[in-house]
Design a protein around this ligand. Structure first.
Ligand SMILES: Cc1cc2nc3c(=O)[nH]c(=O)nc-3n(C[C@H](O)[C@H](O)[C@H](O)COP(=O)(O)OP(=O)(O)OC[C@H]3O[C@@H](n4cnc5c(N)ncnc54)[C@H](O)[C@@H]3O)c2cc1C
Length: 384
C-alpha cells in the first residue's frame, strides 16, 4: 500500500469555527500564516444569539478585509440605525442614533457562511466534525488529538467558547465570573417596525429585537431564571407581545448560557484564547462578536511578530470597556427602582443615553480624550 505524504505542519491550529475562530483564521491567513481550523460541528453553525453587530463590530469586520458595501449586498441582513430602550413598568422609552456607520443585523448562519467563504478563499483548511480530545506539547509546538485524527501546529488558538477545553489544558481557566444568565433566541416572520435595536426591560430581564432581514426579526430573551418558551417569555413584555401579535415564529428556538467572565490570562506558551473562550460580557451588551473580531486582529499581529505578550495586553484593552458596560447594565437589570429612575432620566435627558451609546460603540476618545489609557492602566492595576 503506498504511503501518503503527511500534510505539512501549519503555523496555526484554531480550535473552534465560531465567529472568533473564523475571524482569527482570516486575520492570521491575511498575514501570510498557514492556518487550519477544527470544529466538532458541520457548517453553517447556528447558535443562540441576538444577531446584532454594532458599528464597532462592522468596523472590525472591515478591518478583516471585508468590503462592506459589496459583501453585504450579497447576503441577507438589515441595517441597524441605533438603540432604543423601553421600560415596561413604569413605561419609559429613550433612543439614540449611531453617530457614524450603521450596525447590521445578520442571521448567525449567514454570518458564518460569509466568514467561512473568506477563510476558504485565503487558503485556510478545515477539519469539520472533529472534536478535540487532548493536546500535548511537543518540540515543534503542539500535538492535538480529535475523535478522528491527530494534528500538529506551532501555535494553538482556543476559540472553543465558554467551556473551552483549550483554556483548561493550557491552565488558563482561572476567571472571575460576575454574572450567569439564560438566553433564548427566536426569529419571527414580520417586517421590522424599526431599524433600531429595541431593548425591552422588565422585572424578568430583557428582550431585545434585532431586524435581520426585510421580513424577519430576531428576539433574544435574557433572564436570571429558566425561560420555558419564547411564547411564555413574551408575556413578560406586553408592549413587545403586541408588536409581534401578527407574527409567526420562523426558526427553532435556541437557548444558551450568557456569562460575564474575566480571565486572568489569555496566553500561555504558544497558546492563545480568543472570543468567548477568552472571557465574555453579558449578551445584553450586544458586543460578543465585535469583541472577537477585534481579538482576532490583535492576535494575528502578535502571531506575526512572534510575541504573544502583545496580545495579552491588547486583549485587556479591548475587553475592559465592554466589561464595565456589561456590569453597569446588569446593575440596572437587577434593581427595578434604579432601572425606573435611570430610564426616566434618559427619557428626560436623551443626551446622557446618546453619550453612553457613543462610549459603548467605541467613540470614547471623542468624548473623553485619554480614557482608553486610563482604563488600560486601571485594569492593569486591578489584575496585577
Ligand atoms: C442569547 C444570546 C444573545 C447574544 N446576542 C449577541 C448579539 O446580539 N451581538 C453579539 O455581538 N453577540 C451576542 N451574543 C454573544 C455571541 O453569541 C458570542 O460572543 C459569540 O458566539 C462568541 O463566539 P465564539 O466563536 O467565541 O464562540 P462560539 O460561537 O461558542 O463557537 C465555539 C465553537 O467551538 C467549537 N468547539 C467547542 N469545543 C470544541 C472541541 N472540543 N473540539 C472542536 N470544536 C469545539 C463549537 O462547535 C463552536 O463552533 C449573544 C449570546 C447569547 C447567548
Amino acid at each position: 500500500m503506498p504511503l501518503s505524504t503527511p500534510a505539512p505542519q501549519p503555523d496555526i491550529l484554531v480550535v473552534g469555527a465560531g465567529p472568533a475562530g473564523l475571524a482569527a483564521a482570516i486575520a492570521s491567513a491575511t498575514k501570510g500564516l498557514q492556518v487550519e481550523v477544527v470544529d466538532a460541528m458541520l457548517p453553517p453553525i447556528d447558535k443562540a444569539c441576538g444577531e446584532g453587530l454594532m458599528p464597532d463590530a462592522m468596523r472590525a469586520l472591515a478591518g478583516l478585509g471585508f468590503n462592506l458595501n459589496r459583501d453585504l449586498r450579497e447576503i441577507e441582513n438589515h441595517p441597524l440605525g441605533g438603540i432604543r430602550f423601553l421600560n415596561e413598568q413604569p413605561a419609559a422609552s429613550t433612543e439614540a442614533i449611531f453617530p457614524t456607520n450603521p450596525g447590521r443585523g445578520i442571521r448567525r448562519t449567514v454570518l458564518h457562511q460569509l466568514l467561512l467563504d473568506r477563510a476558504l478563499a485565503l487558503g485556510v483548511r478545515f477539519h469539520w466534525e472533529n472534536s478535540v480530545q487532548s493536546i500535548e506539547a511537543i518540540s515543534s509546538g503542539h500535538l492535538l488529538r480529535t475523535n478522528r485524527k491527530t494534528l500538529r501546529a506551532r501555535y494553538l488558538i482556543g476559540a472553543d467558547g465558554h467551556q473551552s477545553r483549550i483554556a483548561a489544558w493550557a491552565g488558563l481557566s482561572e476567571a472571575t465570573i460576575y454574572s450567569r444568565r439564560i438566553g433564548l433566541r427566536q426569529h419571527y416572520a414580520i417586517a421590522p417596525w424599526s431599524n433600531l435595536v429595541e431593548v425591552y426591560w422588565s422585572d424578568h430581564g430583557q428582550a431585545y429585537v434585532t431586524p435581520t432581514a426585510p421580513n424577519e426579526v430576531c428576539v433574544a430573551f435574557l433572564s436570571n431564571t429558566k425561560i420555558p418558551s419564547a411564547e411564555q417569555a413574551l408575556t413578560n413584555y406586553p408592549t413587545l407581545q403586541r408588536e409581534l401579535a401578527s407574527a409567526t415564529p420562523s426558526s427553532v428556538p435556541r437557548g444558551s448560557i450568557t456569562l460575564g467572565r474575566n480571565l486572568r490570562r489569555v496566553t500561555a506558551n504558544n497558546i492563545a484564547l480568543i472570543g468567548d473562550a477568552s472571557g465574555s460580557v453579558d449578551s445584553v451588551t450586544g458586543s460578543g462578536i465585535g469583541l472577537s473580531f477585534r481579538h482576532a486582529t490583535a492576535l494575528a499581529a502578535a502571531l506575526h511578530d512572534d510575541d504573544l505578550s502583545q496580545y495579552q495586553h491588547a486583549h485587556r484593552r479591548i475587553q475592559l470597556p465592554a466589561s464595565l458596560m456589561s456590569r453597569g447594565l446588569l446593575l440596572i437589570s437587577g434593581s427595578p427602582r434604579l432601572r425606573a429612575q435611570l430610564l426616566h432620566s434618559f427619557e428626560r435627558y436623551p443626551i446622557i443615553f446618546e453619550r453612553l451609546l457613543q462610549v459603548h460603540i467605541g467613540h470614547r476618545a471623542c468624548i473623553f480624550p485619554g480614557i482608553d489609557e486610563l482604563l488600560a492602566t486601571g485594569l492593569h492595576l486591578l489584575t496585577s
